[in-house]
Design a protein around this ligand. Structure first.
Ligand code: FES
Length: 575
């Protein structure tokens, strides 16, 4: 049933007759708005993560105007609210350190201002989960505008993919196979338009997940950022959010465990980023659902990878869009999905996929010709990762699926950077490279260091993949036999902290195991001798982070932001 104006949340700011509301109205007039511009209308907070230092969102100055245009046209009152822009290429040590801060900022902006509903504008990796986590905590009517992928990179008549080709050509430069000029040409051509990374990295993975969860307009996630249809989607989103407010449709009305399963299956069929595991677990927990690592593994065993996109495959997001985009891909797995799940507009997934088509069978593969038949992701357990670890079998060399090798251990990132290319390093192609102190607390922030570099001397011998183990994450655009997210992490005394040079480590993808081949007795002795390192922060946000961050298998959310005990609609009455 449609809401009345007096039932709008913003009525408490604008509609009542008291001294505070006089201030709200007179200060709105100060900005040039007449009371007829807003009186009785839904106030829509447009949370915009534009920044001069975020190239993935550089079109958001224009897009926000298009969102606002839609809101005005539908009879709403748009209020743009800038929020912290987590810019993947620039923020040190990692944007992941700040994902929860943006989530908190989103929640508190929505709580403290007269928002009846919100449009979230993000896309660069952590911005998508962060904005959605914050919005789920407030549970106001919500729509997400994905930034859209940038155009393909261009280099010597071929295409370049964000991240994937950076790692590839960096390895070729270090191996002496390309010149400094070639490397410069790659630098100039790899990112040539607004938009997020155009491989199936974390950005494309998470915006696609947001679409399947029903938080965007159908088809929104695949549209390239510079395409005029992206601007149209932004305007339409503005129009729809006003209806959502009047009809009081909130995310927790339509999100279910089954819609999160759909999101996981989508990520798997896309060959998506391992980072999505941490983010989707955190998002599901904010919605009150206990999505587990084991659920990812269970689904991964039966979902084929159909998107032939880098880093697992060949093409880029622009090709994916022209081939039918996410809706095309989903139309090929409808029998696996729960298509009764609804989106923000009240449509079932079956309805939104009714006329979806695939126009290029090599970009979006058929079920009888998948890129990989299953195991897009795998969850490992064993004495090295009692609470789990993840790997992306689709993006590694097959001969390493069962592998035992000698550990070469680096105690932290600086140690690795200093010694990895030392010609005297005792390492060969069968060794297992181990990086400690790269997890949520250890790094801190669990950076994307997990694609540990292959030593230069081995690159020159033609080695391009090795088993690597860390408690870090890996960029969604990366590839290789990298065991990631080892939990508990080494900094808190997880078994990864106990590995020593020369220990044997066994990886078994089929058995879903990662084990340190030492006796239980030896493990206990090392555990007893282990000493906790000093915390990495002594003040500020960092201390809050260290005190409350959870491990990777729990989604790395802050323990105090979980739904238990919270009452999103129960904020104190504001006068
Ligand atoms: Fe923004 Fe990759 S750098 S999505």
């Amino acid at each position: 049933m449609k809401k009345k104006s007096e039932e709008l949340r913003s009525h408490r700011w604008y509609g009542v007759k008291d001294l505070r509301s006089f201030g709200h109205r007179s200060r709105t007039a100060q900005m040039g708005f007449h009371r007829s511009d807003y009186a009785g209308k839904p106030v829509i907070a447009v949370i915009n993560t534009w920044s001069d230092i975020n190239p993935c969102h550089s079109h958001f100055k224009q897009r926000v105007e298009e969102v606002k245009r839609g809101i005005w046209q539908a009879g709403g009152f748009p209020v743009e609210m800038p929020a912290m822009s987590l810019s993947e290429p620039f923020q040190k040590p990692t944007t992941m350190l700040y994902r929860n801060l943006l989530a908190m900022e989103t929640e508190e902006l929505l709580r403290s201002y007269p928002a009846d509903g919100c449009v979230l504008m993000g896309g660069c990796d952590k911005t998508t989960p962060a904005l959605i986590m914050g919005a789920l905590a407030m549970n106001l009517p919500t729509l997400f505008v994905p930034a859209g992928p940038m155009l393909r990179g261009d280099y010597k008549g071929g295409f370049l993919g964000s991240g994937s080709d950076t790692w590839k050509y960096w390895a070729e430069l270090r191996a002496g196979n390309i010149t400094e000029q070639d490397w410069q040409d790659v630098e100039d051509g790899i990112a040539r338009s607004p938009g997020h990374c155009m491989t199936m990295g974390t950005a494309s993975t998470m915006t696609s997940a947001a679409e399947v969860l029903g938080l965007t307009l159908p088809g929104a996630a695949s549209i390239p950022a510079p395409d005029s249809r992206h601007a149209q989607m932004a305007t339409l989103t503005g129009k729809h959010i006003v209806d959502l407010v009047w009809n009081d449709i909130k995310p927790l009305d339509y999100l279910t465990p089954a819609s999160f399963d759909n999101a996981v299956m989508t990520v798997l069929a896309l060959g998506g980023s391992t980072n999505s595991i941490v983010h989707l677990i955190a998002m599901a927990r904010r919605a009150g659902f206990n999505l587990t690592l084991d659920r990812f593994d269970e689904l991964a065993r039966r979902i084929p990878v159909l998107a032939n996109l880098r880093p697992s495959g060949k093409y880029l997001m622009e090709d994916f869009y022209y081939a039918g985009g996410l809706r095309g891909l989903l139309s090929r797995i409808t029998d696996l999905l729960d298509t009764t799940q609804r989106n923000a507009l009240g449509q079932t997934l079956a309805q939104t996929l009714q006329d979806a088509e695939v126009y290029h069978d090599d970009v979006i593969r058929t079920r009888d010709n998948p890129l990989v038949s299953n195991d897009g992701l795998a969850v490992l357990r064993g004495n090295l990762a009692p609470d789990g670890a993840v790997i992306k079998p689709a993006a590694m060399e097959a001969h390493l699926r069962q592998h035992t090798g000698r550990a070469v251990v680096f105690k932290d990132y600086n140690d690795m950077s200093t010694r990895i290319d030392d010609p005297a390093l005792d390492i060969d192609a069968n060794s297992v490279i181990v990086l400690q102190s790269a997890g949520p607390q250890g790094a801190p922030g669990m950076p994307e260091w997990g694609q540990l570099p292959i030593p230069q001397k081995l690159l020159k011998q033609g080695v391009r993949d090795m088993v690597r183990v860390s408690d870090a994450r890996m960029s969604g655009t990366s590839y290789g036999a990298c065991v990631l997210h080892v939990a508990p992490e080494s900094h808190v005394g997880g078994p990864l902290a106990l590995v020593r040079d020369g220990d044997l480590i066994r990886l078994d993808i089929e058995g879903r195991r990662i084990d340190l081949l030492i006796s239980d007795e030896e493990m206990s002795q090392r555990q007893a001798a282990w000493q906790a390192p000093a915390p990495k922060f002594q003040r500020g946000y960092g201390t809050l982070y260290l005190k409350h961050i959870q491990q990777a298998d729990k989604g790395c959310d802050f323990d105090f932001l979980l739904p238990e005990g919270s009452n999103p609609e129960g904020e104190p009455e504001i006068h």
